[in-house]
Design a protein around this ligand. Structure first.
Ligand code: AMP
Length: 249
């Protein structure tokens, strides 16, 4: 069984994001970039399926600037077999990414695509769902547990009220939640080995997709600064402040 794992290059989660002075977006120049954390979980899950003998090949795919090859290399060092970089130097919306992934699915014929539930840069939480819709495949989103057997995927989903378990006929789409697993660190020998694994480079046009954005970002702003807290001496004083200063009770 072949698995496809899309991995996105994003600003590292430890970096304090700064808004560009002209309000057109966030600063990415000279900022540490990494694989989207939910995609690391997706790669880890794919590698575990390979280790269990369920998956035979893992293909990591990234859509973005040439440097996104670094994130593919990270996936290869974690255990993916080969990579595909769809090079595009410009804004990418989930629909464009989903259309490109649909074309990659047509080319690679995977039985399962494991994506992150959302990319931590623009928090869209849309690509997996859009890809499922474009392909007409079943989807199990926000997976906290995944089992594959008898041509079916059983996905335990984290929903507001607790856990929901769904059964999907393969081929299918799964998106990862935080508690699915804890991704491994790539060992030095595996980082060295990953250098020799192949990465194919394509352009969106090679896949017949025009990735031009359909939305215009009007303005990006910093959230308002939080005001410093106040210490109170008693519950009575707290209630008094909530009632008379904050006027929330
Ligand atoms: P989003 O819908 O943008 O929040 O992203 C959800 C998931 O879609 C991510 O966790 C990735 O698995 C995948 N994805 C989104 N954008 C890209 C991209 N440019 N390249 C590869 N995968 C992507």
């Amino acid at each position: 069984m072949k698995l496809l794992v899309p991995v996105k290059r994003v600003v590292d989660y430890n970096v304090k994001v700064r808004v560009k002075s002209d309000g057109t977006g966030v600063e990415t120049a000279n900022v540490k970039m990494s694989m989207n954390p939910f995609d690391e979980i997706a790669v880890e899950e794919a590698v575990r399926l390979k280790e269990k003998g369920i998956a035979s090949e893992i293909v990591a795919v990234s859509i973005g600037v040439a440097a996104a090859a670094e994130q593919i290399r990270t996936a290869l060092a974690m255990g993916a077999d080969r990579g595909i970089l769809v090079e595009h130097d410009g804004a990418l919306e989930p629909l464009a990414v989903a259309k490109i992934l649909k074309a990659v699915v047509a080319k690679e014929q995977p039985q399962l695509v494991i994506l992150g539930k959302q990319a931590i840069d623009d928090d869209m939480n849309a690509t997996g769902q859009m890809l499922a819709a474009l392909l007409g495949w079943p989807q199990g989103t926000f997976a906290s547990r995944l089992e594959i057997a008898d041509g079916k995927a059983t996905v335990t989903r984290e929903v507001d009220g607790g856990l929901e378990t769904v059964e999907l006929r393969l081929p299918a789409i799964v998106t990862t939640d935080l508690r699915l697993n804890e991704p491994r660190y790539a060992s030095l020998p595996n980082i060295m080995k990953a250098r020799k694994k192949p990465i194919e480079t394509l352009k969106p046009a090679d896949l017949g997709v025009d990735p031009a954005p359909r939305l215009t970002v009007l303005k990006v702003e910093e959230p308002p600064k939080r005001q410093a807290g106040k210490k109170v001496a008693s519950v009575q004083e707290l209630v008094d402040k909530l009632r008379n200063e904050a006027k929330v009770i």
